[in-house]
Each structure stands twice: as structure tokens, then as C-alpha cells.
Design a protein around this ligand. Structure first.
Ligand code: FAD
Ligand code: DLZ
Ligand code: SF4
Length: 509
């Protein structure tokens, strides 16, 4: 008899650990674990979402006739760790071996390696991901520089997605250049998928408030899909209503529009309710059926088979040292505005507010507002990583860490991307309507009412000149730095110094 352990992000009946399950003999073990619920102080919505999805998945397996042992967080006999729960199950059911699909995170893999239950442990690869570890390692070995674009092409060919024979559909691999439209007043953003909490969800919501009421974030309204059927409905709705404009407005941000034309599927893909390939195929089919343009389908597909897989590959390639990367030696503490959104910078205040309400912010908010600020303000990578891991309902270290350390902070010195995503206020002004409601003036470069992104951007470049000036993608920018007059540099430095002082003193900036 096998004891099959299913983690909270493996909620799919096609998971490799279940592939040869014998319904009559084998036992599935799922457990809500204090250790997992507290290794960071997760957003309330994230905890309720994972526990509700876990409980619904267990119910589905039971209904299909599987044997299942499920431990709820608040049960008195809960030992609070995977090891404790496995030991209890071994004592009670006497299995011959343990089967588990590899965990998504290094932290949990280390635990599994240390298991010593005196019965064999079979760890299977996680074939929800489209690129195996070995495939990624071999690909990386052959390159001087790792770049998502080339990896992505490999995945397109491997899975024959948007291919016309050996060539990419439409003649180009990447239509990103078309995907930078500014937001307009004419946009008619469809309503997003929302579910109504059922009894199971209400129960975990009560549990969340009982144990985690001090954690960051709003629990209500709770509207995530928590079953596979609901997640499939969310996918359908995205394909039918949003995908058509996904490409055009991928980088756009609008005041009080947290969802835009994004898919809001990361929560479900990451915990197993949806499979990445089925999302990709649905988008490809919509393109072939003439429902959506190529730039929309390609843009969405690239995020999943390109970015998502590339990020995961980098994580496993670079762990465990990746957590300590700090190329710029950034040390500034995470300011409290990241928690309360109490800032005169409207863009940041919007993104924090929406994050708090929804446990979600779309990519460009995470990258070009919150992330850009963290980079140019020199925030400590450990604190920034912890924040991102806490606040988003789709956050697991395998995906959060490379996005933060590699993509936004360039703390790995350029392993993941070729240049830092630093930008001044003019980028935010171009891609959003945040600036018109801001206390600061986006067109002003210096002074008390100048947009802080403006002087912090140049301050960052000047302060890190030694480390960056040889980067070929920053040549033009460093030529501008060279041409700056003494008084300009002085103004940038003194505005930044004043700003940092206010930030450190918890003044409202
Ligand atoms: P869409 O814009 O609709 O994109 C479709 C799908 O593509 C997403 O659901 C996701 O599965 C995938 N995807 C897109 N970009 C990425 C990426 N860079 N890395 C991995 N997958 C990607 N994503 C997470 O799933 N968990 C995280 O903890 C996370 N942290 C991030 C932190 C930072 C600093 C940044 C810049 C990005 C982070 N992302 C993370 C990536 C991305 O922002 C989210 O996947 C996306 O915003 C989720 O919303 P969506 O489902 O509406 O995505
Ligand atoms: C995110 C999360 C939380 C909050 N709680 C649990 C839990 O109690 N039990 C569980 O199996 N999984 C949980 N998860 C998801 C895990 O963090 C995820 O399964 C691991 O990261 C696997 O590597
Ligand atoms: Fe953000 Fe600057 Fe625009 Fe204000 S002016 S919203 S701080 S970019």
C-alpha cells in the first residue's frame, strides 16, 4: 500500500503521484500545516484560498472513491509539520512506501531529503511543468547568457504551439512590440470571474480570521475559484472576453482598475487547479478560431510557456545561493508604505491598496511601479522578497524569488535579464493615468513636488555607475549621465537624500 502525499500546490488529479493509484488500497494524505501557513505571514486571502482549494480537492477525491486522510489546521491532533503528519499516518495505516510529486520549492525539497521513516520514498517529477530540470540545465549549459526569448522559442517548437511547420505563426516569434498600447478612455474592461463562497470556504474564512487576523490584507470579499470546475470557468471567461485585448493593453495601468485584461489565472495554475498547457491550448485555439488576434494569443502564451517556465528553470538552477544575491548591496529597509499604502505617490498607493484588497496586482504594477521603486530606492532584497511572498495569492518561492531578485532588483547581476527595469516617472505616466491624480508633478525633475521616480531613477544610475556603465543596453543612458551638469547631479543627489531621510523617518513621502 502506498501513502501518497499531496501538497497544497498539487491540486490536480493528473499529478504524477496519483498516476498509478490503486483506489482500493492506497491512501492519499493531505494536511494543513502550521509550518506552511506561517513561514511567512501570508495575505489572509492567500491562506483562505489555499485551504479552501485543498479541502475542495479532497472532497472531489473522496467523491471519486479514493481513500484520503485529511488533517485540518485546527485539529487537536495536528502535529503542525509534514513529517509529523506522515509519521502519524505511517503508524496508523502501515504503508509500504511513500509516493510524492517533487515539491515546487527548495525549502520543502530539503525536508524531503532529510526524511527517515524506514520505508522507501519515491519522488516523482512534476510533469505539470513543460520543461524538465535536466532539459533546462542542458539548455543553460550551452549559453553564455540566459535569455527568456531563446528558451521560449525552444518551448514553442517542443510543444508545437503557434507554429507553421518549423516557422513561427505569422513569421515572428514575438509580437511584444504591438503590446504596449497606452490606456484609453474607450476601454471597456469586462467583469472578472468571481465565485460565491460556499460552506467550505466560509469555514476556512472563519479559521483564517481566528488564527491570522493580524496578517496583511483583506479577507473579504472573497471571490477566488476554489475548485477545478470554477477555475475552468475563469479560464473560459478569460478566453472569451479578455484575451482579445490582452496583448494591446498588457502593459497598461488604470486608476481603480486592478484586473485590466489580464487572465487572473496564476493562482489556479500555481496550485494545480489549472494546467499550464491547457491554458496555452485554449488561447491557441481561440486564435485559430479567429476569435483573438495573434499578438494577444502569442503574448499570453509567451507568459506561460516562456516566462513561467524560464523563471522556474532559473530558480532550480541557482538555488540555494539565489536567496542571498545582492548585486547592488542594497540595504534600505522596506518602508511602511508597502504595508499601508500611505504615500503621496499615487501610483504606489494604488498598487499597494489593490494588493491589500485582492492579493493580486497585475504584472506591470508588480514590475514597473512597486518593483521599480524597490530597485531605485535601494531596498534590501531579503525584505522585498519577503513582501512579495506574503502579499500575492499566487506567490510561492519558486516563482516569486526569480521575479524579485532577478527581474525587478537585478540583484543577480544579470543572470535572468540583461538590464535593470529601472524607469523614471515618464514611463508610468505613459502607461497609466495615475499621474494626473498625484500630489507630485511627473514633469518636474527636481524639488519638493517633483515626481520621486524622476530623481531616484538618475540617482540609482549615478550611484551604481561602476557596476552598470559597461552594460551595452545602458550605453545611451550613461552618455546622458556623462553630459549632466554638476548642478543637475547635485539636485538629483540632494532630492534623493532628502527623500530617503523622510522615508527612513516614516514621514509620509
Ligand atoms: P497574466 O498577465 O494573465 O499572464 C498569464 C500567466 O502567465 C500568469 O497567470 C502566469 O502564470 C504567467 N506569467 C506571466 N508572467 C510571469 C512571470 N514573470 N513569471 C512567472 N509566470 C508568469 N507570478 C506568480 O505566479 N507568482 C508570484 O509570486 C509572482 N511574483 C512576481 C513578482 C514580481 C516582482 C513580478 C514582476 C512578477 C511576479 N509574478 C509572479 C509574475 C506575474 O506578475 C504574475 O504571474 C501575474 O501578474 C499573474 O497575473 P495573471 O494571472 O493575471 O497574469
Ligand atoms: C501556501 C500553503 C499554505 C499556506 N499552507 C499549506 C498547507 O498547510 N499544506 C500544504 O500542503 N501546502 C500549503 N501551502 C502550499 C505549500 O506552500 C506548497 O505546497 C509548498 O510550497 C510545496 O513546495
Ligand atoms: Fe507615480 Fe510620479 Fe506619477 Fe506620482 S507623478 S503617480 S509618483 S509616477
Amino acid at each position: 500500500m502506498k501513502l501518497i502525499l499531496i501538497f497544497g500546490d498539487q491540486l490536480n488529479q493528473n499529478i504524477s503521484s496519483l498516476s498509478d493509484i490503486d483506489k482500493n488500497h492506497d491512501l492519499i494524505l493531505m494536511c494543513e500545516i502550521w509550518e506552511e501557513a506561517t513561514y511567512v505571514r501570508h495575505h489572509k486571502k492567500k491562506i483562505a484560498f489555499i485551504f479552501s482549494a485543498m479541502r475542495h480537492f479532497a472532497e472531489e477525491l473522496l467523491a471519486k472513491g479514493y481513500k484520503i486522510h485529511y488533517t485540518k489546521l485546527n485539529e487537536s491532533y495536528n502535529t503542525d509539520s509534514f513529517e509529523g503528519e506522515i509519521a502519524r499516518a505511517i503508524k496508523k495505516y502501515k504503508p509500504d512506501k511513500i509516493v510524492v510529486t517533487e515539491p515546487s520549492e527548495y525549502r520543502v525539497l530539503e525536508k524531503i531529503k532529510a526524511w527517515n521513516f524506514h520505508i522507501p520514498v519515491e519522488m516523482r517529477s512534476d510533469d505539470r511543468f513543460l520543461c524538465t530540470h535536466i532539459e533546462f540545465i542542458n539548455w543553460a549549459k550551452q549559453r553564455k547568457q540566459l535569455r527568456m526569448e531563446y528558451f521560449y522559442r525552444l518551448m514553442r517548437k517542443k510543444y508545437d504551439i503557434l507554429m507553421d511547420g518549423d516557422l513561427p505563426e505569422g513569421g515572428k516569434w514575438n509580437y511584444d512590440i504591438k503590446n504596449r498600447k497606452r490606456p484609453t478612455k474607450m476601454m471597456n474592461i469586462p467583469k472578472k470571474y468571481m465565485s460565491n463562497p460556499d460552506d467550505i470556504t466560509h469555514e476556512v474564512m472563519a479559521l483564517t480570521m481566528e488564527y491570522f487576523s493580524d496578517n496583511f490584507g483583506d479577507l473579504e470579499p472573497f471571490y477566488f475559484a476554489v475548485t477545478r470546475d470554477q477555475a475552468l470557468q475563469a479560464l473560459d471567461l478569460f478566453i472569451e472576453e479578455r484575451l482579445i485585448d490582452f496583448g494591446d493593453y498588457q502593459d497598461a495601468m488604470v486608476q481603480d482598475e486592478p484586473w485590466m485584461y489580464h487572465s487572473h489565472l496564476s493562482f489556479y495554475i500555481n496550485c494545480g487547479l489549472l494546467l499550464p498547457l491547457e491554458c496555452v491550448k485554449a488561447a491557441e485555439a481561440a486564435y485559430h478560431d479567429g476569435k483573438v488576434p495573434l499578438n494577444a494569443a502569442e503574448g499570453f502564451i509567451r507568459q506561460i510557456i516562456g516566462w513561467r517556465e524560464y523563471i522556474r528553470g532559473i530558480y532550480w538552477l541557482k538555488m540555494p545561493d539565489y536567496v542571498n544575491e545582492n548585486f547592488f548591496e542594497a540595504k534600505r529597509k522596506l518602508p511602511k508604505l508597502f504595508w499601508d499604502g500611505d504615500t503621496k505617490m499615487n501610483c504606489l498607493s494604488q498598487c499597494v491598496k489593490e494588493t491589500k484588497e485582492n492579493a493580486y496586482a497585475h504584472h506591470i504594477q508588480r514590475l514597473m511601479v512597486l518593483g521599480n521603486f524597490a530597485l531605485i530606492a535601494g531596498l534590501d532584497p531579503v525584505e522585498v522578497n519577503q513582501w512579495y511572498l506574503i502579499v500575492y495569492a499566487d506567490a510561492y518561492q519558486w516563482v516569486e524569488l526569480p521575479n524579485v531578485t532577478g527581474m525587478i532588483l537585478f540583484a543577480d547581476g544579470g543572470v535572468l535579464s540583461s538590464k535593470p527595469y529601472a524607469a523614471s516617472g515618464s514611463y508610468i505616466n505613459k502607461m497609466s493615468n495615475y499621474c494626473k491624480d498625484c500630489y507630485y508633478s511627473v514633469n518636474k525633475k527636481s524639488g519638493f513636488d517633483a515626481c520621486p521616480f524622476n530623481f531616484l531613477y538618475w540617482n540609482f544610475l549615478i550611484a551604481n555607475k561602476e557596476k552598470l556603465h559597461e552594460n551595452y543596453r545602458l550605453q545611451m543612458i550613461y552618455h546622458s549621465v556623462e553630459r549632466m551638469k554638476e548642478d543637475q547631479i547635485h539636485a538629483i543627489r540632494s532630492d534623493s537624500k532628502r527623500f530617503f531621510l523622510e522615508l527612513e523617518n516614516n514621514q509620509k513621502v
